[in-house]
Design a protein around this ligand. Sequence first.
Ligand SMILES: Cc1ncc(C[n+]2csc(CCO)c2C)c(N)n1
Length: 217
Amino acid sequence: MPWSEQAWQAAAPIYQNILQHPFITELMNGSLDKDCFRFYIAQDALYLGAFSRALALIAARAGDTDTSLQFIRFAEGAIVVEQALHASFFRELAIETAGAPAPAGHHYTNYLLAQAALAPIGNAMAAVLPCFWIYKQVGDYIYQQQQKGSNPYQSWIDTYAGEEFGLLVQKAIAHCDAMAAQATAEQQAQMTGCFVQASRFEWMFWDSAYRQEQWPV
Ligand SMILES: Cc1ncc(C[n+]2csc(CCO)c2C)c(N)n1
């Protein structure tokens, strides 16, 4: 069984929790509070900025030029998405600035940056994988389950359900599987741990937006 299948199974309970989260169910039926979505988009702009830096760090640390080039492209993709967010959703939702990161986003981005900078490269790759893979699965799920009719969040939904995005995700999975194939059982277990941890942060990121999470003090 490829590493990615084991990792997905390990994170499956978290993924099920994500699908049942009210942020997702309400996004899907269009009833999500506009302020929660605004909060999410602003936090996501901050997230994408940090995420692209994490990908660029992995590119710099990769052992071969093919992997390096792929992660440079991933990093570019994240910047392009971030700029598109600014251009469309920020204007549409009248968001002036992204503001400061909330606790969950802060925790998630700093985890990714620390893994990308300091951890073994396989761990770093496994830590960024849920960002791709969970969004693909959630995007497809929403797209399939959605009732037809107008949904104010349709353009967001369409971003992650497309075939082009699916190919990108396959590449990210393949790079992790190639790393894992050369790793010891212990290193593979560490990679799985990173994948599960980042999946947890994906749930927390949505939950944070749903609660419009603030710093306690
Ligand atoms: C919290 C959070 N997690 C994942 C994504 C999805 N995502 C962001 S960049 C990228 C790859 C390159 O475009 C993907 C799939 C998101 N937007 N926000």
